[in-house]
Design a protein around this ligand. Structure first.
Ligand code: PLP
Length: 445
């Protein structure tokens, strides 16, 4: 499986039958952009149940970082599966968790820390909830500052901090008290000239001058909690000065900083964690998704002085499942071996090529941005002299790209996100660019 090949009408007959069954029995809350039904994968390629081969540029939402079916990851999973599947590492000892916890604690940069500790759980949202609990426990303070456009998962703790789409919160209240929202800056505001701050200075001033003076006293704030690069909200990369400004505010008021690196972490941006691009160390990091190439595991990492909650304060039956740990260890080997560097190099190459397409196709491609292989392309249109999001164009691009054999994903108001396996090569990017060129030419006049 090494090239795109579409042989049937999409969806083909097998896919149709499976989709029909899914629609009958699975929760109505699910959301699919296109009728692709996975049968197998290899590297960046995935084959559907009718034998059509597509290129996977979303990696199961930034998860299969080492590509599909990586032989080393598979071998690690098979080896551990043959030993034991579970023993609840939260309550009993096993010979897998401590070794990986040591490695993860050593490679995660944490503020004012000589030694970190790790709590294992299963999903990004579970890590987020645990991080909120840890911050409240460590500071004795109840409140949090989160950011508009942020996304942290679907638990009540997650949706209480989410503000990327209201559907995620609608009718689920009352939500967690003590969550206050501030603004996240953007170099490319779309809609343009919005009635809220978008610059570093404006966003930091709003936090200190409005939120802290009128809404919540900083000495009652446990943590400023953010995605270093907003993911679901639109792949928004903030200016370095903003993250550094937040760190200063945290230090000034004794507030912890939580970095939700669930999407931006584990090598995706070309560094292990995206915070490293901003030269800022958070106090608590959450990680999941790309950590284990597709096996479900997540982690909270904090300094020993912060993660000192007592026995029994937090737990998880499956957290740090030994098979998932085996996949995570191997994934970290591969990231450190060459994949993180590949993400940096190929990501920069991809962004350059996309920017060249932007020049060619004009203002409809409003912005191309990203770090490493976390790349967003935002579509825009002019309305009454104002730049506005063009979600219809973005959705049409995703559909047409799909027809040409590319699996992509939306985020934000009108952004297309590329978060492929970190194994992707220059040649593969060249073929993606050839297809995107055809797609843009067909849809943008
Ligand atoms: C930044 C961020 N945090 C948390 C989550 C939730 O992760 P999970 O779906 O594993 O609960 C996501 C998922 O997309 C995410 O992107």
């Amino acid at each position: 499986m090494s090239k795109i090949s579409i042989k049937t009408a999409i969806p083909g007959p097998q896919a149709k039958a499976i989709i029909e069954q899914d629609h009958q029995y699975l929760s109505t809350s699910r959301y699919q952009m296109y009728p692709f039904v996975l049968a197998s994968g290899q590297g960046c390629y995935v084959e559907d149940v009718d034998g059509n081969v597509f290129m996977d540029l979303h990696a199961g939402i930034a998860v299969t970082s080492t590509g599909h079916n990586h032989p080393d990851v598979n071998a690690a999973v098979a080896k551990q599966s043959a030993r034991y599947l579970h023993n609840c590492g939260n309550v009993f000892y096993n010979d897998m968790q401590g070794h990986y916890a040591k490695r993860l604690s050593e490679v995660t940069q944490i503020n004012n820390s000589d030694k970190n500790r790790v709590f294992f759980c299963n999903t990004g949202a579970e890590a987020w909830d645990g991080a909120l609990k840890l911050a409240r426990f460590a500071t004795g303070r109840p409140n949090f500052i989160c950011f508009y456009n942020g996304f942290h998962g679907r638990t009540l703790g997650g949706i209480s901090a989410n503000s990327s789409k209201v559907i995620q919160r609608h009718k689920f209240g009352p939500l967690l008290p003590g969550m206050h929202f501030s603004y996240f800056p953007r170099n490319y505001p779309c809609p343009s000239n919005p009635p809220y701050p978008t610059t570093t200075e404006g966003c930091l001033e709003y936090l200190e001058e409005v939120l802290f003076k009128k809404v919540v006293s900083p000495d009652e704030v446990a943590a400023i909690a953010l995605e270093p690069i907003q993911g679901e909200g639109g792949y928004i990369v903030p200016p370095k000065a903003f993250i550094q400004g937040l760190r200063k505010i945290c230090d000034k008021y004794g507030i912890l900083m939580i970095a939700d690196e669930v999407q931006s972490g584990m090598g995706r941006t070309g560094k292990l964690f995206a915070m490293e691009h901003f030269d800022v160390k958070p106090d608590i990091v959450t990680t999941a998704k790309g950590i284990a190439s597709g096996m479900p595991i997540a982690a909270i990492v904090a300094s020993e002085s912060v993660m000192n909650w007592p026995t029994g304060a937090h737990g998880s039956t499956y957290g740090g499942n030994p098979v998932a740990i085996a996949a995570a260890e191997k994934t970290l080997d591969l990231l450190e071996g060459s994949l993180m560097d590949n993400a940096a190099e190929i990501g920069a190459y991809f962004i350059d090529k996309l920017k060249a397409l932007q020049v060619k196709h004009g203002a409809a491609i409003g912005d191309v941005r990203g770090l490493g292989l976390m790349i967003g392309v935002e579509f825009a249109k002019l309305e009454n002299g104002r730049v506005m999001p063009d979600a219809d164009l973005r959705d049409a691009v995703i559909q047409k790209a799909f027809e040409h054999g590319l699996l992509t994903l939306a985020c934000g108001n009108s952004t297309l996100r590329f978060c492929p396996p970190l194994t992707i090569s220059k040649d593969e990017i060249d073929s993606v660019i050839d297809i995107m060129e055809q797609v843009f030419s067909a849809l943008i006049s």
